[in-house]
Write a protein that binds this ligand. Structure first.
Ligand code: C6P
Length: 410
């Protein structure tokens, strides 16, 4: 296995205890921990450069603007965008998806148009389209999953016709770890002139991502799931798509001119960044990108495949445990959802927490998927570059403990 255990020293929080046990953090799909390099970058920004951006003529404002725009350039390079201007900073993946639904969808879609989604989407890639449906009368249609939890493309040809205007898909499920079939869907969408929106909240942190190669129209992700602070994320869009998208928020910073009754917008990307932006958070995201780039995203992915494979192997030793996700660790991400006998997921998470092991339990903001899988809730262990096989062993010990607490044989 790719050994990245030396990186653990960069993460101060990993040295704390929880309930008297050394912390095992297995909830990185929810949010990742932060290395000192990111913490220091944010701290240094506030200590030495803090000012508002794009506004002042003074030195601090110029330095803060350079730091903010420098972070945009780093993020653009990280996903191989054609230009930093194709990166719009947003609060996270959710805000970015809402920008697309309202800023593009409200102005280009009308009653009878269709948006194709999958049943594995996070609520962030479902609810904005449902809201848009209320305003416009668009219809939502869903692709389902096959027996190995992969997106089932067999019915795609029947689904695709000129009514389909958008295909919006998660590149990696936060519940099953399923990789969304982005390339085949881009090809299929193009055949009917539809746009492709990629929710890459779980992809960009874990895998090399090349937006030009993927050739979708929009792609979104959140900084806090890739070592950066909360409150910052990115919307990547092809230049022509961003040009034809309307702003969803009005205010300072996003205008070229404001009259009493009409305004003109600033150029992309500023036209989507109304108000004072999250400057320090963007600087933190830039530092996170530097950190991940130094390790190499191929290495991050290799580590994730290895630890996911090890996890699936060890979980198979636990009687009555069912994993919801693809069986091949190299064809999936590192979010591993499971149920254990009839023990409620929240009870599993509580027993694990008593032993210092942090997993998420519940519907994971993917209720349509839970209904599709016919489970009210799952427990989920999710990994990042700082996790080790020792963490997985502690998880498995904790699951045997849960069995014993609930009266099952060890
Ligand atoms: N999933 C999880 O525990 P925000 O909240 O905007 O940073 O990200 C939303 C989001 C969108 N798409 C996917 C695939 C996601 O996994 C998430 C966030 C977290 O799984 C919190 S619910």
């Amino acid at each position: 296995m790719t050994d990245l255990s030396h990186l653990r020293d960069d993460f101060p929080i990993l040295h704390r205890e929880v309930n008297g046990w050394p912390l095992v953090y297995l909830d990185s799909a929810a949010t990742t921990q932060k290395p000192v390099q990111v913490l220091d970058a944010v701290d240094a920004f506030y200590r030495t450069k803090n000012a508002n951006v794009h506004r002042g003529a003074h030195t601090l404002s110029a330095e803060a603007t350079a730091a903010y725009e420098g972070a945009r350039a780093k993020v653009a390079a990280f996903v191989n965008a054609g230009s930093p201007n194709e990166i719009v900073f947003s609060r996270g993946a959710t805000t970015a998806l809402n920008h697309i639904a309202y800023g593009w969808g409200l102005n280009h879609l009308s009653a009878g148009d269709r948006v194709v989604l999958t049943v594995m989407e996070h609520h962030a890639n479902v609810v904005p389209w449902q809201l848009l449906a209320r305003y416009t009368g668009i219809e939502l249609v869903y692709l389902t999953l096959d027996d190995d939890y992969e997106v089932d493309l067999t019915g795609l040809d029947d689904l695709l016709d000129e009514r389909v205007k958008v295909v919006a898909i998660s590149a990696m499920s936060n519940v099953t770890g399923t990789l969304g079939p982005v390339r085949p869907l881009v090809e299929a969408a193009r055949s009917v002139g539809a746009l492709v929106v990629v929710d890459a909240a779980q992809l960009v942190p874990h895998s090399p991502t090349d937006v030009q190669d993927l050739d979708a129209d929009f792609l979104v992700f959140s900084g806090h799931k890739m070592l950066a602070p909360t409150g910052i994320g990115a919307l990547w869009g092809k230049s022509e798509r961003l040009e034809e998208m309307e702003p969803t928020e009005g205010g300072g910073e996003m205008i070229a001119d404001v009259g009493l009754y009409e305004s003109r917008w600033a150029p992309v990307p500023q036209k989507f960044e109304a108000g004072t932006p999250p400057v320090a958070q963007a600087v933190g995201l830039g530092a996170a990108v530097d950190y991940l780039t130094a390790i190499g995203m191929e290495t991050v992915r290799a580590h994730e495949h290895a630890i996911t494979g090890y996890t699936l192997k060890r979980l198979a030793e636990v009687p009555d445990l069912k994993v919801y996700g693809p069986s091949d660790p190299t064809r999936r991400g590192g979010a591993v959802s499971f149920t254990l006998a009839d023990i409620h997921a929240h009870d599993i998470a509580t027993i694990l927490d008593q032993r210092g092991i942090e997993v998420r339990a519940g519907h994971h903001c993917a209720k349509p998927l839970m209904r599709y899988l016919a489970v009210p809730a799952t427990a989920r262990a999710s990994f990042y570059l700082y996790n080790t096989t020792d963490d997985v062993d502690r998880l498995v010990d904790g699951l045997f403990e849960a069995r014993s607490v609930f009266g099952f044989d060890a």
